[in-house]
Design a protein around this ligand. Structure first.
Ligand code: URA
Length: 433
């Protein structure tokens, strides 16, 4: 098989066979196919797409490239959740204690930040001592005993996806429905959960910018999940602005505590409760979504949810005092206020630009080996629909850098104003099951 013929086949809109897909994935992972040929093929896939059979074969080729985790020793239905990535997306940290409080086994595998989007593992590591690398036995013990565990993905879980993702990141080939679907679903299948809730983000801070693309991605992933006997639900949620008020790491943990104490921003609280309620139904704790949603609201009101977060921090070696005293989380040296350049309503926020600003402040990585500054980030003081006067503070930058002009200018230009009040934003667009 000559790789150049496969690039040409896809360029002409042809379908790759199962053998061809395995040859591509195995060859690239093993290093026998160079980056330039793989890049050309990925770009051809971006333009010509893949049919359902090709996407399922690509998913399985990723799964077979590494280890698969066997969670059979965990009793009951194991439920996982995955987001396609957003800015200020701290939902995973909220749903773990919430769903576990309902008695469902939450076996959560999470990643680090990618590009302008944040990563749950980076956020957790802002808690002093929190261990994100668990052995298989520790992971299984914690899920069986406390109904919850969270760990970074092991190095050998879907290594093909890891290598191809890194190439996609630098060749403008991330935002492709077949490539995202195979990447996300392979990780969920390899990590052994029985049921998965997918949070498909749409808007300026997401990889999918239009509702039509996000729906297509959601439907594709649900089909793959079902064809591989995983109960799968995809929820299309808003990412037209950062989710909640905090973007960063330690400040996002603080916001997680606020949501679990019932003091959270409405968008973040509603999206989190919706995802958690679907997980709780899939896990068999409630007969339907409405009952689950109401019960989980009560879990927050009674203080059980925040206690469960404290327990999660404790069992994974973190300092549980931060839950009652969030000021013990890392704090930045400097706080710069960004002022509105005109009066009016905030009508749009370029969430991707906010994500890049957070990275420039130190909250994310420019290069894959960069260290994160856990205290760095932004507080979105004003969001879409808020009325402002020229000179009002719209955002606060938290950083250890004395000069952060580039990030400040980026945030300023991320805000759009108008005299006309915008329509309220939908937080949840579609639930596909
Ligand atoms: N998240 C993933 O895990 N993979 C992608 O391709 C995009 C977002």
């Amino acid at each position: 098989m000559r790789f150049v013929d496969l690039i040409n086949k896809k360029k002409q809109g042809g379908n790759l066979t199962r053998d061809e897909i395995h040859f591509i994935v195995e060859g690239y992972t093993a290093g026998t196919i160079p980056d330039y040929q793989m890049s050309a093929l990925l770009m051809a896939i971006c333009f010509k797409g893949m049919d359902k059979r090709e996407i399922a074969d690509l998913t399985l080729a990723y799964v077979n490239s590494g280890d698969q985790i066997d969670l059979a020793e965990i009793e009951g239905i194991k439920v996982d959740k995955h987001s396609t990535g957003g800015v200020g997306d701290k939902v995973s940290l909220i749903i773990i204690p919430l769903v576990a409080s309902a008695g469902v086994h939450v076996a959560k595998m999470s990643g680090r930040g990618l590009g302008h989007t944040g990563g749950t593992i980076d956020k957790l590591e802002s808690i002093d001592g929190f261990k994100t690398e668990l052995t298989r036995d520790e992971f299984i013990h914690n899920v069986n005993t406390y109904k919850m565990a969270i760990a970074g993905q092991s190095a050998n879980l879907t290594p093909a996806d890891k290598k191809i993702y890194a190439l996609r990141d630098v060749t403008a080939t991330v935002d492709s429905v077949p490539l995202i679907a195979a990447s996300v679903m392979s990780k969920k299948i390899a990590s052994g959960a029985d049921a998965v809730v997918l949070d498909v983000k749409v808007g300026s801070g997401a990889f999918m910018k239009s509702l039509a693309e996000a729906k297509e991605l959601a439907e594709t992933m649900v089909e793959i999940g079902k064809s591989l006997n995983r109960k799968t639900i995809a929820i299309v949620t808003d990412m037209s602005q950062p989710l909640g008020r905090e973007v960063g790491n330690a400040n996002e943990v603080k916001e997680v505590i606020e949501v679990l104490e019932g003091r959270g921003a409405p968008d973040l609280t509603i999206v989190s409760l919706t995802i958690a309620a679907h997980m709780a139904v899939l896990g068999g704790a409630y007969p339907d979504f409405d009952k689950a949603y109401t019960a989980l609201e009560l879990v927050i009101k009674t203080g059980k949810a925040v206690e469960k977060l404290k327990q999660l921090v404790k069992i994974q070696g973190g300092n549980p005092d931060v839950i009652e005293n969030p000021e013990k989380l890392p704090q930045a040296k400097y706080h710069f206020e960004v002022k509105a350049t005109e009066s009016g309503y905030v009508t749009a926020i370029n969430a991707e630009a906010v994500g890049v600003s957070a990275m420039l402040l130190g909250a994310g990585r420019k290069k894959k080996d960069d260290q994160i500054a856990h205290a760095a980030g932004l507080t979105m003081v004003k969001k879409i629909g808020d009325k402002v006067n020229k000179g009002d503070t719209i955002c606060i930058l938290h950083t250890d850098m004395e000069n952060c002009e580039e990030a400040e200018n980026m945030v300023k230009s991320a805000y759009y104003f108008s005299d006309n009040e915008p329509q309220p934003i939908n937080y949840i667009y579609e639930v596909i099951q």
